[in-house]
Design a protein around this ligand. Structure first.
Ligand code: FRU
Length: 532
């Protein structure tokens, strides 16, 4: 059994008395005014109202609603019997919580998976006029999982909804993909493949991915495997995604395969690698130019921060929109269950648009914050262009400093010296981030960010190599009360990191130690929260 699952089971036993708080009439008013205002509660990131959350699941767009399902244990703030929690959004920014969509059943817990709209009603669960929403997930049978000799306790199942995801019926002939004897056999992502005119399912099987095809989402045929020889294998492969993308500024198409791995990330624990290639309706074949990057246990990482895991992309985003939109779980299995929050645990990253770019080092997937996030801005001002001398108060032009910021700065002459931004409070807690010239990397240092000693794996500096060599460099950052997402070079070098300061980090300064670094342009925005 996987490390984190064993750990989770133990924690579950130890915290069995940690049950859901019952709201009473007396504390109703008080709880309304403090709704989503607990210490460390993310203000513009998605988090569950209460209790445990991990991976995003079943992300699908349908009739004006972006659906977000998620791994959820409603009875405790640590991992346990998995359900699919559910929320919807019309703009990817504001979320409405809906009742739990899928509950564990006699076949097991409801592990990660995806959802699609069956427009042609191939499954027969709906009609062509009213196509069903189909969820494809892993059933994880806990008794089998507890037995060290058992191998066949994870299998793929489906459920359908004919009322826009509000109520669900599990297919009576589940599972739809039986387990052939592989302990880790999970996290199906289904797409409709235009080229081969079939449903394609990709899921993780310990050290590789398996690809299956189907005409009706119920009967599946094994098509191929990928990955044993490619990428890194320092942990179990989980949560794949597979989709076509057009190379930016061209008509060329490539297929991108996202793949989460735990442990074995660049700084330990969980992280997401990816592969670029072609899919012919049967097999995923690596691009020749990309294969050298993922040979001999090398990985190309989607990002280098410690807190972006199990992310996948939305299905059925309308063609008129055309974006490939990604969201990840903003935590790491190394410490996710012991972070110092108690009412709820974990948040998602901001939604990001993935863009396939030709760069100096070959094709790379960049992540760009979705444009809708600009609706969070309450106040904005421009930074003065020119040489950076001494320490600049980056937030000087804001009338309110509440710790929710978006910062966009383009620097010039970056070979001159390091760029160091310091997010801080009056208690001496700080998160440093920026760019280091000598090492040629972007960094986030959360060593002194407040509560750090709940896990030896938490504090530290994490770096993302710079792949561009231009003397101009852009930084785009989203800062919430317990996270920072740094997008360097238009999303080619990224770090997502969480933190737990003793008070909100409301100040932000930019330091320069030498001479020559210039701000070409910069915008600073105060952001508002989404829950009130
Ligand atoms: C990834 C993961 C998945 C699994 C789920 C269980 O974080 O381990 O592989 O389906 O979490 O909650």
């Amino acid at each position: 059994m996987k490390e984190h699952l064993v750990f989770a089971m133990l924690t579950l036993l130890l915290t069995a008395c940690n049950s859901k708080p019952e709201p009473t009439e007396n504390n109703q008013l008080e709880s309304e005014s403090s709704y989503y205002l607990e210490e460390h509660r993310p203000q513009f990131h998605f988090s569950p109202e209460e209790m445990w959350m991990n991976d995003p699941n079943g992300m699908v767009y349908h009739e004006g609603e972006f659906h977000l399902f998620y791994q959820h244990y409603p009875d405790s703030n640590v991992w346990g019997p998995m359900h699919w929690g559910h929320a919807i959004s019309s703009d990817l920014v504001h979320w409405e919580h809906l009742p739990i969509a899928l509950y564990p059943d006699s076949l097991g817990y409801i592990f990660s998976g995806s959802a699609v709209i069956d427009h042609a009603n191939t499954s027969g669960f709906g009609t062509q006029n009213s196509p069903p929403m189909i969820a494809i997930f892993t059933h994880h049978e806990p008794e089998g999982a507890a037995d060290q000799n058992a191998v066949d306790f994870q299998y793929q199942s489906i459920a359908y909804s004919t009322d826009r995801g509000r109520t669900w019926t599990k297919y009576e002939e589940n599972p739809v993909v039986a387990n052939p004897g592989i302990r880790d056999f999970r996290d199906p992502k289904v797409i409709w493949d235009e080229g081969s005119e079939q449903w394609v399912m990709i899921f993780a099987a310990y050290d590789h991915v398996k690809i299956y095809g189907s005409a009706d989402l119920k009967n599946w045929e094994h098509l191929s495997d990928f990955g044993k020889r490619w990428g890194t294998h320092g942990g179990v492969w989980e949560c794949p995604d597979l989709f076509p993308m057009t190379v930016e500024g061209s008509n060329e198409e490539r297929w991108v395969l996202l793949l989460s791995i735990n442990p074995g990330g660049p700084y330990g624990g969980s992280a997401t690698q990816y592969f670029i290639g072609d899919f012919d309706g049967k097999k995923f074949q690596l691009d020749k130019t990309f294969s050298d990057d993922v040979r001999n246990e090398n990985a190309v990482w989607l990002e280098y921060g410690k807190d972006n895991y199990a992310g996948v992309t939305w299905s059925d985003v309308p063609e008129t929109d055309g974006r490939r939109i990604f969201m990840g779980w903003m935590s790491n299995w190394q410490y996710a269950q012991i972070v110092p929050t108690y009412v709820w645990r974990s948040a998602m990253t901001i939604p990001r648009e993935l863009v396939l770019k030709e760069t100096e080092v070959g094709l790379r997937v960049a992540s760009i914050p979705v444009a809708e996030l600009s609706s969070l801005r309450t106040e904005s001002f421009d930074l003065q262009p020119g040489e950076v001398q001494g320490t600049i108060d980056v937030l000087a032009g804001l009338s309110q400093k509440e710790g929710l910021y978006e910062i966009e700065i383009e620097f010039e002459n970056t070979s001159a010296e390091d760029i160091v931004l310091i997010l801080s409070n009056n208690r001496g807690d700080e998160v440093k981030f920026g760019y280091e010239t000598e090492g040629n990397y972007f960094f986030v240092d959360r060593s002194n960010s407040g509560k750090v000693d709940f896990s030896p794996d938490f504090p530290g500096t994490h770096t993302a190599p710079r792949i561009l060599s231009s003397d101009r460099l852009s930084l785009h950052c989203f800062i919430d009360v317990s996270s920072i997402e740094v997008f360097g070079d238009d999303g080619l070098s990224i770090l997502t990191e969480i933190f737990f300061p003793n008070e909100v980090l409301t100040d932000l300064s930019l330091q320069s130690t030498g001479e020559g670094l210039k701000i070409a342009s910069g915008q600073v925005h105060a952001l508002k929260q989404i829950w009130r």
